[in-house]
Structure formats: structure tokens, C-alpha cells
Design a protein around this ligand. Structure first.
Ligand code: FAD
Length: 313
């Protein structure tokens, strides 16, 4: 089949590659190049965050985990498996643990916890370095004879008339494009700081320094963050930067020496639940609204897109 994918963040190219592997001819149409998307701003660690429905999210996250684990063996992918300490408010196990393979997490030892914290989990999770991974996906797509066309799609139905199937992966813009009022922005600001020794992968989503996360990469260390619902301001905020730095330094005091290289803002595509379904009686499949977990669920959602395409053919 001739299939069009709209969008070149992480959510578009992933099913595009899976559909190519199934023998389909795939073209991507996108307003922005991959490095200009929200996906390029992300952390991006494997961790369901600000995303629903949890049952499906866990199923899709489990599939992605396995795929990322395979990709981590290829050093050109930008994916590595890392030890991630998430600080928790109580001993209660988080729901996302259901998506982890058994034996990949343990309670944090007291000496691993920052002062003021009593509980934490240490999990082995995939970490995606976006400046490497997004070009890696594009290379795979091109090697399978895929073509990326920079083009703004104004009308999905008109685009769909030119292909056997059209997959709508337009993130936050899907709200306007489809008239879906359930889509909303969740503003995320991060700092990229110069690498320091003594850093580790760490986050506090629910404790006194929420929301704080520290993700060391090869090119920089990402410090986050914010998750401001219904805020669509794409300019960096000085107040946010100061608070991010302060919260992260509370967790890892060595960050008092951090030197900021860049400040970035991305609007996560929030939605009441991910929309991953065929629009009834059409050749359009929607795949958007992945909130703060686009990377985490990407390969699982791609499998669902393949299933929806195959169901029809
Ligand atoms: C600060 C921050 C940290 C994050 N951390 C993580 C994390 O640790 N782990 C994780 O899993 N996720 C994380 N996320 C969430 C993740 O980045 C998103 O869920 C993901 O990027 C969504 O991908 P997408 O492809 O749907 O959207 P986008 O990346 O926004 O891509 C949308 C694409 O659609 C195109 N498009 C839009 N409108 C049109 C149109 N009319 N015509 C043609 N093309 C169009 C755009 O050009 C773009 O190519 C984070 C996000 C932020 C902002």
C-alpha cells in the first residue's frame, strides 16, 4: 500500500519504519524537520508521565522497552540502558512498574537517597539521546526508500485522498487539524548544562522538589523541568530556570557548579487519553496526544498502527 504519515517528531517515523518493514511504501509529510519538533526537546527517558490511559500505556511502554533494549546494542542509535533513581513519596509501588520486565528494579538503598527522602526506586530503563536518535530514525526510514517532504497539511481528508492510508502524527497541532478539543499543551522547560562528574539519572515527581529530573547525556546534562498544563508560551522563563536549577541542586548539590549552555521549551501534546484509532469509515488513522511519554510508548503505538492497517487490508 501507499501510506502517508503526517509528522516527523518521534511518533511519525516510528510507525513509518514499522510499516516499511511490513512491505508498504511510506512517505512522511511534515511541517518541521525532526530537529525542530517538540520531540527534539525531550529528555528523553523511558517513563510514562502525563499520559493516559494507563492500561494501554503500560502495554505500549512494555513493547517500547523491549525494542529500545535491542536498539541499545547499536551504539549509533543514541539509546542506552541506564540506572534511574526515582524518588517516591511512599513505599507504594508506582503503576508503571507493570510495564517493566521483572527483576529490573529494586528499592533504593538509604545511602543512595538525597537528604530528606525516605523512599526511592532504582530501575534499569532506556535513555534516548534525541540529537542522535531522531537522525537515526530518519536514516532507517531513508534506507527503506522513505521520503520526507516538508509540507504543511491543511486538510487531512484531502491528503488522505492521495494515499491508501494516512497516519496522523501531528502532536499538539492535531487539536486544530482535526477539531479535537481534548488536546491541550503541557509546557516543558529544560536547561542543558555542561557535564560534571558525580551526576546520576534522578527524578522527583511527587516529593518536595517536584518536578525535578537530571539526565546526563554525551553532549550535556538535561535538568528539568516544568509541566504547566494549558500553558502554550514557548519562550524560556527566567523564573522557571532558577527554580529548575534550585530543585535539581537540592537533589545533587554538585549542580551548584552547573554552567547553563541552553534553555529549551517544548509543548507536550497533552490529551485526556492518547488517540490511537481509525477514524470510522475512512483511511485515516490518528496517533497523537502522547503527553510526556511519546518516546516511552512510541514502539508500542507503532505496533498498534500496523495492526490497524493490517486489519483493513
Ligand atoms: C521538556 C520535555 C521533556 C520530555 N521528556 C520526555 C521523556 O523523558 N520521555 C518521553 O517519553 N517523553 C518525553 N517528553 C514528551 C515527548 O517529547 C512527546 O510526547 C513527543 O515528542 C510527542 O511526539 P509527536 O511526534 O507526537 O509530536 P512532535 O514532536 O510535536 O511532532 C509533531 C510533528 O507534526 C508536524 N506537524 C504538525 N502540524 C502539521 C501539519 N499541519 N502538517 C504537517 N506536519 C505537521 C510537526 O512539524 C512535527 O513534525 C518530553 C517533552 C518535553 C517538552
Amino acid at each position: 500500500m501507499k501510506i502517508v504519515v503526517v509528522g516527523s517528531g518521534v511518533i511519525g517515523p516510528t510507525p513509518a519504519i514499522r510499516l516499511q518493514e511490513e512491505g508498504h511504501e511510506v512517505q512522511i509529510f511534515s511541517k518541521n524537520l525532526p530537529e525542530q519538533t517538540v520531540s527534539a526537546v525531550a529528555g528523553a527517558i523511558w517513563m510514562p508521565f502525563h499520559v493516559e490511559p494507563m492500561r494501554e500505556v503500560n502495554r505500549w511502554s512494555r513493547i517500547s522497552y523491549k525494542k529500545f533494549e535491542v536498539l541499545a546494542a547499536d551504539e549509533t542509535s543514541g539509546v542506552t540502558m541506564v540506572e534511574f533513581l526515582t524518588l517516591t513519596a511512599s513505599r507504594k509501588l508506582p503503576e508503571w512498574l507493570d510495564a517493566m520486565p521483572p527483576g529490573r528494579f529494586r528499592p533504593a538503598r538509604p545511602e543512595e537517597l538525597p537528604s530528606g527522602y525516605n523512599f526511592g526506586l532504582v530501575a534499569q530503563v532506556p535513555m534516548v539521546e534525541t540529537p542522535v536518535y531522531l537522525p537515526f530514525l530518519q536514516k532507517k526510514f531513508r534506507e527503506n526508500n522513505g521520503k520526507l517532504v516538508v509540507h504543511v497539511v491543511q486538510n487531512l481528508n484531502k491528503m488522505a485522498a492521495k494515499a491508501d492510508e494516512t497516519i496522523n502524527c501531528t502532536g499538539l497541532a492535531a487539536g486544530k487539524l482535526t477539531g479535537d478539543s481534548e488536546v491541550f499543551p503541557v509546557r516543558g522547560q529544560i536547561l542543558k548544562v555542561e557535564n560534571l562528574s558525580g551526576l546520576r539519572y534522578l527524578s522527583d515527581d511527587e516529593g518536595p522538589n517536584a518536578l525535578a529530573y537530571i539526565f546526563p547525556r554525551r553532549d550535556c546534562t538535561i535538568l528539568g523541568g516544568t509541566a504547566q498544563v494549558n500553558n502554550d508560551d514557548e519562550s524560556p522563563s527566567e523564573v522557571d530556570s532558577a527554580e529548575i536549577l534550585s530543585r535539581c541542586t537540592n537533589l545533587l548539590p554538585v549542580l551548584s557548579k552547573a554552567v547553563i549552555k541552553t534553555i529549551a521549551v517544548g509543548l507536550r501534546p497533552g490529551r485526556t487519553t492518547i488517540r490511537l484509532e481509525r477514524e470510522p469509515f475512512t483511511n485515516i488513522i490518528h496517533n497523537y496526544g502522547h503527553g510526556g511519554a511519546g518516546y516511552t510508548v512510541s514502539w508500542g503505538c507503532a505496533e498498534e498502527v500496523v495492526r490497524l492497517v493490517n486489519e483493513k487490508s
